[in-house]
Design a protein around this ligand. Structure first.
Ligand code: PGA
Length: 267
């Protein structure tokens, strides 16, 4: 089974020059030594770097994603500061992250907004990496599964609102990936045990499968302080289909070491 390793560059790097240097470092290494069949690589640059990075990666096996899209319109409109799904697709992205905890925290993104964003993404044929995860307080209170149930409720709402629910489920089966990212593990160096992540992924897979039969084989990635040293542990679990990587994705060598760990484990 093909793994997915995705680099979320967040609001990095500071310059287009450095974004291109990171893209070039990934390209030269993947061309030489990386087995692309066993692991699909994707990077999500900031919106301002998306077009140049995706143009540079165009003839490679690396895919490009946006980190977010506009809620208000999938196309054009008077929405100052927003980038639509159509603009993102035109800039060369084929996927978008949605529901990252930093969007939920700093931009108050709730389920209603995320349903609309998902719908906008699908109208432009974008794949969706949907991020879910509990805070430290919720983890401590053993509320993780309740939080995930509530966050995943976006999917049945989307299915119910679709004109053809069965068609929508078939499309989501091809274009939806879930990224489980405990908020307390993001950028902190703290990680849950592989057993904890595996049990949580099993719950996510069962929950998503219960929404519609075509969603039985959904990929679930782990994110939160994944690095070159711990990637092998996560990759060894059959429940973990890849990684969403933040800090360690800003260095081509560490990102590709993580990708290699998943490629070897899933080969
Ligand atoms: P991190 O970020 O790898 O730096 O913890 C992951 C993410 O936010 O997607």
């Amino acid at each position: 089974m093909q793994a997915w390793v995705i680099g979320n560059w967040k609001q990095n790097p500071a310059t287009n020059h450095d974004a291109m240097a990171l893209a070039d470092a990934l390209l030269s290494a993947t061309a030489k030594e990386f087995d692309k069949k066993t692991c699909q690589l994707m990077v999500a640059p900031s919106c301002i770097h998306l077009a140049t990075v995706s143009a540079r990666l165009q003839d490679s096996s690396l895919l490009c994603a946006a980190q977010d899209i506009s809620t208000h319109s999938a196309s054009i409109g008077a929405y100052t500061g927003d980038c639509s799904a159509e603009q993102i697709a035109d800039a060369g992205a084929t996927w978008t992250l949605l529901g990252h905890s930093e969007r939920r925290q700093y931009h108050k993104e709730c389920n209603d907004i995320l349903v609309q964003k998902m719908r906008n993404a699908l109208t432009q044929d974008l794949g969706i990496v949907f991020c879910v995860g509990e805070t430290q307080a919720q983890y401590d209170a053993k509320q993780t599964l309740d939080v995930l149930t509530e966050q995943l409720a976006v999917i049945p709402t989307l299915l119910q609102q679709a004109e053809q629910t069965a068609d929508c489920a078939d499309i989501l089966a091809k274009r939806l990936i879930i990224a489980y990212e405990p908020v307390w593990a993001i950028g902190t160096g703290k990680v849950p045990t592989v057993a904890e992540v595996s049990a949580t992924h099993e719950y996510i897979k069962q929950t998503v499968a219960s929404f519609a039969a075509p969603l039985a084989d959904i990929n679930v990635l782990y994110g939160g302080s994944v690095n070159a040293a711990n990637a092998d542990n996560f990759a060894a679990s059959p429940m973990i289909n890849g990684a969403l990587v933040g800090g360690a994705a800003l260095n081509a060598e560490s990102f590709l070491t993580i990708a290699d760990a998943f490629a070897r484990a899933k080969a």
